[in-house]
Design a protein around this ligand. Sequence first.
Ligand code: FAD
Length: 619
Amino acid sequence: MFDAIFDVVVVGGGHAGCEAAAAAARCGACTLLLTHRLDTLGEMSCNPAIGGVGKGHLVREVDALDGLMGRAADAAGIHFKLLNRSKGPAVRGPRAQADRKLYRQAVQALLRATEGLSLEADAAEDLVLGDNGRVAGVVTASGRRIGAGAVVITTGTFLRGMIHIGETRIPAGRVGEAPSVGLADTLRRLGLPLARLKTGTPPRLDGRTIDWAALEAQPGDDPPEPLSWMTERITNRQVACALTATTPATHDLIRANLHLTAVYSGRIEGVGPRYCPSIEDKVVRFADRQRHQIFLEPEGLDDDTVYPNGISTSLPEAAQAALIASIPGLGRARIVRPGYAIEYDHVDPRALTPTLEVRAAPGLFLAGQINGTTGYEEAAAQGLMAGLNAVCCAEGAVPDRVLTRSEAYAGVLVDDLVLQGVTEPYRMLTARSEFRLALRADNAGLRLTEKGVAWGVVGAERARAHRTYAATLADALARARAEGGSPVWYLGAGVPINQDGRWRSALDALALPALTADTADRLFPWLRDLPARVRAELEAQALYAPYLERQAAELCVLEREERLAIPAATDFTAIPGLSTEMRHRLTKASPTTLGSAGRVPGVTPAALVALAVHLRRTE
Ligand code: FAD
């Protein structure tokens, strides 16, 4: 009845699909990654960059679980920058601009080297449902029926995708690629709640026609800091970007052509990303601004294409040419591909459990832009988690691979999606995490790698490297807590310190703003011998120790509430003391713990008390 059978079939080879398939295979599942074209595996549909503020945290978390994204970005990176460097380590965002072609090649090489993973070019058109309503496989466009213990769908912007350039409409999943229509119909037939969202991309420029000399150059960091824990150093040649900006003439031109854009003429119904708006949106929403910054980012080492970051647009092509010509340094710049907006179907992620399984279709998992997110990193993090849970499902176990909000940004992301849903494309921001002082990009390994080892998704090489690091850090922390001195001793060494008679450890001292690195080395010479990563972690832990102690109490409350599980069969309409509105909200969101019930929008403290009483009574 099936042409082939796999433990896990992943549909779509974007950032979510690649991580899902690789994670499932790393766990030992016989996995198929089914995607339209093998040469677009690892394609960056929009900007040629990985990471950034909030997003960099996700990349490091994916990496801590032995995912592909960080390693691929390091292999392809041509411009690295640690964003927010002047702020505390908790909100710093590692980012790498990548050579587009090298990135694809790196992802494809990593996938091909993954044991137990098959790659196939075909489109999934339909799902096979078992007698019990479970998803049991996929049907492809070429007519093959492929059986699976679990299916992960990661079709990005392809579900009924429609490109808009001015008044022109082109059915497409991204430029030059056909949309996915059959699968969208299948999801609708399954009764999944679908809605429209939109995103956009700027025109690409020929770098040889840009007046670079007239622009402010933006070099990357030297030395570049890798995104992956496993990368020793970056070997690619590094390139500079340049900075320019829109002008009042640009804004006048946009206003004059607004009626021709898909969004402002009403031809697009989907909502766009608030934190990555089109240049039309920026000009309308911030009408008093005289300029909007544009970063000119080279797309590759042997590619003259330049990505003008900040001017995504769906203006007609002629207006795009005039827009570009109005920008300093771009007077003679040639457009090699026009910008466009794309509208697509997404599934309301409240239809998913925290393991990213579709509640109404057991055995089916969704990850990436299909869940209403935007961004490669958000997609990758979901893909990895969905892949892990698909493996549980294929093994006949109950999927339970979940990261909590206090463990990871990936936990925040999934929790926000499945409880709150989305009204616009969801993008990760550090402000979304209430535990952000604890969730630093640079401590992702300490937070997650051991968990990944227990889940079977982390390979031996990373596990070894992590354990060596963790042991060195533990020794250094123990020593930094045990050694120290009196205020008089510190003062004698030239550290101005409150003479309160209180003994302070080396760890306490490292948090003192007055303590320079040289003085710290003089006071505690062993610090000099620590590997750079261990030293940096020690300093970060010293800096945040007082805050984290205070946060520990909040964490205890959260963990207690998270431990109080709400059984799947709970009938919220039968819980005494809940109003009709609360019953409706809780039924719709189906929270799985008391903690997650508290995060359902509009659920009141009184409703939580009633729910807690009910749960404790029936425990
Ligand atoms: P994708 O990367 O879209 O990958 C989907 C994959 O599924 C593709 O390989 C496709 O071939 C395959 N596929 C689809 N249907 C089927 C099927 N039926 N059978 C087999 N294979 C299938 N993000 C930002 O952060 N900022 C931005 O400004 C931004 N702008 C964007 C502009 C455009 C025009 C586009 C298209 C995307 C933009 N993005 C932006 C989003 C970013 O590209 C996505 O968030 C990210 O790529 C999503 O990853 P994904 O894995 O979910 O899907």
